[in-house]
Write a protein that binds this ligand. Structure first.
Ligand code: SAH
Ligand code: MG
Length: 198
C-alpha cells in the first residue's frame, strides 16, 4: 500500500496530475476519523490518490468518486484494484455535472476537487446529497498563491480561473445556508457545514 502511494506520487509528478498536497490529505483523513465519516463523495478522482487515502483513513469509510477523463479514470480503477480497495471505492466515469445520483443516498463528506472554474456549480448541485451534520471540503482555494492577486495576472485564462475561485470564496463567505471555515493548509482548504444543523 505504502509503495503504491509512492508510485502514484511519482506518476502524478511525471504526468503532471495535480494530486492533493500531503498536509491537506492528512487534514482530511483526520477529519474522517474525528467525525466518524462513513460515506464520502469525491468530485475529481484523477488517478485515485486522494480517494484511496480517504478510504483507508478508517475501516468503514466508503468513497464514491467521479472522474470525466478516461485515461485518469482507467488509471484510478487500476490503482484502486491494486490496493485491494475495490469494495470501498466506487469509481464513476462521467462529468460530475451530468451525474444523476440516487436521491436517497446522502454523504457525511463531499470533497470538491475537480475543475476549479466550476466549484460553485458543484457545490450547488451536490449540497442536496449532504447529510445534516455533514461537511463539504473544497481543495485548492489558494491556487498556488494566485488567489487574491487576480488583478496582477496577465494571462487571460489564468486570470479568469483565479477570479472564479475568488468568487467562490465570496460565495462561501456570504452563504445563507452554510458556515465555512478556511484553512491555510497545503493549497488552501475550506470546510462548509449547514448552518444550525437544519
Ligand atoms: N482528487 C485528486 C485530484 C483531482 S485533479 C487527488 O487529490 O488525488 C482534478 C480532476 O478532476 C482531474 O482529473 C479532472 O479530469 C477532473 N475533473 C474536472 N472537471 C470534472 C468534472 N466536471 N467532472 C468530473 N471530473 C472532472
Ligand atoms: Mg486538489
Amino acid at each position: 500500500m505504502k509503495e503504491l502511494i509512492l508510485e502514484m506520487e511519482d506518476y502524478a509528478q511525471e504526468k503532471n496530475v495535480p494530486i492533493i498536497e500531503k498536509k491537506s490529505i492528512a487534514f482530511i483523513m483526520k477529519y474522517i476519523k474525528d467525525n466518524n465519516v462513513k460515506s464520502i463523495l469525491e468530485i475529481g478522482s484523477a488517478i485515485g490518490y486522494s480517494a484511496i487515502l480517504m478510504a483507508s483513513a478508517t475501516n468503514d469509510a466508503f468513497v464514491t468518486t467521479i472522474e470525466r477523463d478516461e485515461e485518469r479514470y482507467m488509471e484510478c480503477l487500476k490503482n484502486v484494484k491494486k490496493c485491494g480497495l475495490d469494495k470501498k471505492i466506487n469509481v464513476v466515469f462521467q462529468d460530475a455535472l451530468d451525474v444523476n445520483l440516487s436521491e436517497d443516498l446522502k454523504y457525511d463528506l463531499i470533497f470538491i476537487d475537480a475543475a476549479k472554474g466550476q466549484y460553485e456549480r458543484f457545490f450547488e448541485k451536490y449540497k442536496y446529497f449532504l447529510k445534516e451534520n455533514g461537511a463539504i471540503i473544497t481543495d485548492n482555494l489558494k491556487f498556488h498563491g494566485y488567489v487574491g492577486k487576480s488583478d496582477k495576472i496577465e494571462s487571460k485564462n489564468l486570470k479568469g480561473l483565479v477570479q472564479k475561485i475568488e468568487n467562490y470564496i465570496d460565495f462561501l463567505k456570504d452563504n445563507e445556508e452554510f458556515d465555512t471555515k478556511f484553512y491555510d493548509i497545503g493549497d488552501g482548504l475550506s470546510v462548509s457545514t449547514w448552518k444550525n444543523e437544519k
